[in-house]
Design a protein. Structure first.
Length: 114
């Protein structure tokens, strides 16, 4: 990841916490658990002098809470993807059998997708 990509990722994180009430609630819980000051994340505003520095400062201050939440959300996403893809993997394995006729599974598989 290049430096600019990392920076853009940080901006996306700030935006995600700014616009989502669920993430704001989760951030408040993380503040309490970690004993961090309850300071909202600030966004960069082109017309405000020093807004980028203030945003970076706040990100650094809240890094532990943000890291905790993004790791948890990342795992939630992985668990959901795994839940969706597991049946597809089972179907793929069933249809790719070498010692038995796998066409008989096709009707069952098509029924699952309807």
């Amino acid at each position: 990841m290049t430096t600019s990509e990392k920076y853009l990722h940080k901006l996306q994180i700030v935006g995600a916490f700014s616009y989502s009430w669920k993430r704001k609630r989760e951030l408040a819980i993380a503040w309490a658990e970690l004993g961090l000051p309850k300071h909202k994340l600030t966004t960069e505003t082109p017309t405000r002098w020093g807004s980028r520095q203030k945003m970076i400062q706040r990100l650094i201050e809240q890094e532990r809470a943000i890291s905790q939440l993004t790791r948890k959300q990342g795992m939630d996403v992985l668990e959901t993807v795994n839940k969706v893809l597991s049946p597809l993997q089972e179907v793929t394995d069933a249809l790719s059998g070498e010692r038995y006729i796998s066409v008989s599974y096709l009707k069952t598989v098509l029924h699952l997708f309807n």
